[in-house]
Design a protein around this ligand. Structure first.
Ligand code: UDP
Length: 385
């Protein structure tokens, strides 16, 4: 039996966890199964990242019902539960705050320890489904990897036991450090349509997929107005749901904005490196921009990554507000282009720290780190009537 199950399910999970997966594969001290939850399934939201980041294909892929959030979550829980009936791992590892991490319910039903990478981040915005998911998995976890001391303190303030939380730094720094040179050649993967459009002019890179932004007409209209305010070119790799919503709300982007389907990681980072700045509502994209020294406009009402404001790498644009003056945001971000800041996310050794700790825990049989130690009865039927 393998030591660990690692369950991931969306694009940024693969990117952020890529070094962790590779280190686990290389280690002779630990074994694991890589399980794909099925949340993202298109080639350009999933497979392209396995090949570009030299990752093994998943050992298992769940077949889930993607009709809506409830069917996604319930089928991930069911698949996880059933998978664990045959595979008694020492612990199951999740990352992040999406539907996939709710698979942890299927893990605790077997009383198998849960490990959460990216724990204790908080936006303190209870309207965000991700905030509810983060809190839930953190409070069910037996080991939490928190990226920063400040995130650990947020967990401690909620009463999570200190010996559960380990601060590691943010693994996205590791991925950027490792792949920096590949980003320079990432242009080779770019479609001619994008290369011809840029034509060595200055440009901005944009993404927007957050539901609170794209499902709300006022917010999406504000985003379109902000982008239309830009005089320079914009490349906008756009998620499928955002494409649908623009049509639904009859919103038009100006002709200096090129919309494409989502693209691979190396070409995306090539564009980021060569852009003047980034406009995005993505948590990871705003981190990446801060790390490689590009300013950003963060299109969010609230964030669990306030560090980008603390180091002045990012301007806040809240699409849910009443906004009259869009130019002011473009002017502000333009002023940041010549600024320098120290990226606050870590030393590039986060994946290593996480894997070393997982090896230690799997050897020492202490995954159950706190409130579970005192079990002296058989809990296998604990959830049955
Ligand atoms: N990304 C990519 N291609 C794209 C858009 C984004 O490779 O067309 C990468 C980006 O570099 C980052 C991640 O995907 O690493 C961000 O994913 P997303 O915005 O979906 O997730 P979030 O961070 O908001 O959870």
């Amino acid at each position: 039996m393998k030591d660990l199950g690692v369950i991931l399910g969306i694009r940024p999970d693969v990117i952020r966890a890529s070094k962790i997966l590779n280190l686990l594969s290389e280690s002779s001290d630990i074994t694991y199964d890589f399980i794909w939850s099925g949340q993202h399934y298109s080639e350009n939201m999933k497979d392209v990242f396995f090949s570009q980041l030299n990752l093994p294909k998943p050992d298992y892929e769940f077949q889930i019902d993607t009709t809506n959030d409830s069917t996604i979550v319930s089928s991930i829980i069911k698949n996880t539960y059933e998978h664990l009936e045959k595979n008694k791992y020492k612990a199951v590892v999740f990352l992040g705050d999406t539907n996939t991490v709710m698979g942890c319910i299927g893990v605790i039903q077997h009383n198998i320890p849960v490990v959460h990478i990216e724990g204790c981040m908080r936006s303190y915005d209870w309207r965000m489904p991700e905030e509810k998911y983060r809190k839930t998995i953190d409070h069910l976890s037996d080991r939490i990897y928190a990226y920063l001391d400040s995130y650990k303190n947020q967990g401690l303030n909620e009463g999570i036991s200190e010996n559960v939380i380990k601060v590691t730094g943010n693994p996205i720094v590791d991925i950027i450090n490792e792949n920096h040179n590949l980003f320079d050649t990432g242009g080779e993967y770019l479609d001619n349509k994008i290369l011809d459009f840029i034509n060595s002019d200055n440009f901005t890179l944009t993404t927007s997929h957050r539901r609170e932004n794209i499902l709300d007409k006022k917010s999406l209209t504000n985003i379109v107005n902000l982008l239309n305010q830009s005089e320079s070119k914009i490349v906008f790799p756009m998620g499928y749901k955002t494409q649908e919503q623009l049509k639904e709300f009859n919103l038009d982007l100006k002709s200096n904005i090129l919309v494409t389907d989502p693209i691979g990681y190396l070409e995306f980072m090539y564009l980021m490196k060569n852009s003047d700045y980034v406009i995005s509502d993505s948590g990871t994209v705003v981190e990446e921009a801060c790390i490689i020294g590009k300013p950003s406009i963060q299109m969010r009402h609230s964030t669990e990554r306030p560090e980008v404001y603390d180091v002045s790498s990012s301007i806040k644009f809240d699409p849910s507000e009443d906004i009259n003056d869009f130019e002011i945001y473009i002017n502000k971000v333009n002023k940041l282009i010549s600024n320098k800041w120290e990226q606050p996310f870590g030393d590039g050794k986060s994946s290593e720290k996480i894997v070393n700790d997982l090896v230690e825990l799997s050897k020492s049989d202490t995954f159950f780190k706190h409130h579970r130690n005192d079990y002296s009865y058989d809990v296998s039927n604990a959830f049955k009537e």
